[in-house]
Design a protein around this ligand. Structure first.
Ligand SMILES: [Zn+2]
Length: 443
């Protein structure tokens, strides 16, 4: 019989078993954190909480949150790993540097045991996405210190597949290697194949389809949850395009993927991570039930090097389904609706850049898909000014009609008024990762 799960004991665990496991791991972890992590010992005692009060995940709301800013300050106080390092320094086995949007770094340390669990969860996700030992997968994420490079490479390898470390850049050589080395799967960001299409058209006389890729495993940025984008990629490349790599780099590299039966992210970090939701304004806990939306708060269950308790991710998560999936996996399904700090209030409607991206993606090639919201003052707003790149083939006489069509689509799909300014293709500045900054705040 085909093996459908990488770690069936964890991935198909019943709800009562999962709750029991979470409770027992959490109690051990809190004991460990309290005795080994100087930062948390001080935080807990300042908050006046005796750790013995924590008997269940629900009691975690008694403890203070942890923020990225605190981790940065901790590492400034005690470089490089901070005073939230809970394991002896000689047990640290791998170090990543992850960056926040403000450009200040966090050094993420992992022990051998942390790595084994990380690779196990990552392999669950890639296996759920369809990766098998017969695949030869080329890994095209940045290897320079990022989790997505070397650690995702090890996650891919843990499935038994053959992994070719490629990294980023030199797309011409990449295409040659895919052709020459019998590569049948690719791991990258979902926007990368679009870039490869341009290189193929300019430098090679072959179609994407003829490269022989069967499977794409994508992560690192949104896009694939839009069926129009996904179906176009699958039709162009002749491969299955799977959203198979979702994680929070300071916490756990990859803990969610879609499955063959259901294109929603499944939580796959059982035994390693406890997920909770809070209301970002009132900071109260929101139970994980179908349809719940809140900021994702994460607590490690079995972390040695840098265990985190009640870590605020700033990611807003919507719980889509909590019952078992057809594939047999029991982890809840979810989507990320945006960053808590990217949320814009327009006449009582919560607007996220991802929503605008989805509307525009459906209008390619009349637009490029790139846009930028320009804000002159803090929320709330009555309308939003949005710069949108028109497509290369749109003539001057079509501009007014295109502008109206975009404004109407935004109104009909997202229920707010967008005032669109059309700008030339490639005129919105891209970051080093090739993405446009979605929101510019001029205040
Ligand atoms: Zn499933």
């Amino acid at each position: 019989m085909e093996r459908t799960m990488f770690n069936p004991d964890m991935e198909s665990m019943s709800e009562p078993d999962r709750k029991n496991l979470e409770r027992s791991l959490l109690l051990e972890q809190i004991d460990y954190v309290y005795s080994q992590s100087p930062m948390y010992r001080e935080k807990f005692s300042k908050a006046g909480i005796n750790k013995d009060k924590i008997k269940d995940p629900r009691d975690l709301c008694l403890l203070p949150f942890t923020t990225k800013q605190e981790l940065r300050e901790s590492q400034k106080r005690q470089p490089p790993f901070g005073d939230f390092l809970a394991a002896p320094v000689e047990q640290v086995n791998r170090v990543h540097r992850t960056s926040g949007t403000t450009g200040s770094f966090i050094y993420t340390a992992l022990t051998r045991q942390d790595l084994d669990l990380t690779h196990d969860c990552g392999a669950r996700a890639f296996w759920a996405g369809g990766l098998r030992p017969h695949h030869r997968v080329i890994h095209c994420l940045n290897y320079c210190m990022w989790m997505g490079g070397y650690t995702d490479h090890a996650n891919l390898e843990a499935t038994g597949a053959a992994v070719i470390p490629f990294g980023v850049g030199n797309s011409k050589q990449l295409i040659q290697v895919i052709k020459d080395a019998g590569i049948n799967a690719i791991s990258s960001t979902p926007s990368y194949p679009k870039h490869l299409e341009k290189v193929l058209a300019a430098e090679f006389d072959i179609k994407p389809m003829d490269l022989g890729l069967e499977l794409g495993l994508f992560g690192g940025e949104p896009g694939l949850e839009n069926p129009v984008y996904r179906e176009r990629m699958e039709a162009t490349w002749g491969m299955k395009a799977q959203n198979a790599n979702y994680g929070v780099s300071d916490v756990l590299c990859n803990f969610a993927s879609v499955c063959p039966d259901n294109y929603k992210l499944h939580f796959l970090g059982q035994g390693g991570l406890l997920v909770q939701l809070i209301d970002p304004l009132t900071l109260e806990d929101i139970p994980i039930t179908d349809g719940a939306v809140g900021e994702m708060v994460l607590t490690h269950l079995k972390k040695q090097a840098q265990p985190l308790v009640r870590y605020r991710t700033s990611d807003l998560m919507e719980i889509l389904e909590t019952g078992p999936c057809e594939c047999g996996r029991t982890g809840f399904r979810f989507r990320i609706v945006g960053r808590a700090d990217d949320m814009m209030h327009v006449k009582g409607i919560n607007v996220f850049p991802n929503g605008i991206a989805m509307v525009l993606e459906n209008m390619v090639p009349r637009v490029t898909g790139e846009f930028q919201v320009v804000l002159d003052h803090p929320s709330p707003y009555t309308s939003l000014n949005i710069k949108v790149e028109h497509g290369a083939l749109v003539g001057p006489e079509e501009m007014e009609d295109l502008k109206l069509k975009i404004e109407t689509a935004i109104k009909e799909t997202l229920n707010f008024r967008g005032i669109v300014e059309l700008v030339k293709p490639d005129s919105i500045e891209r970051t080093r990762m090739g993405k446009a900054r979605r929101v510019i705040r001029n205040y």
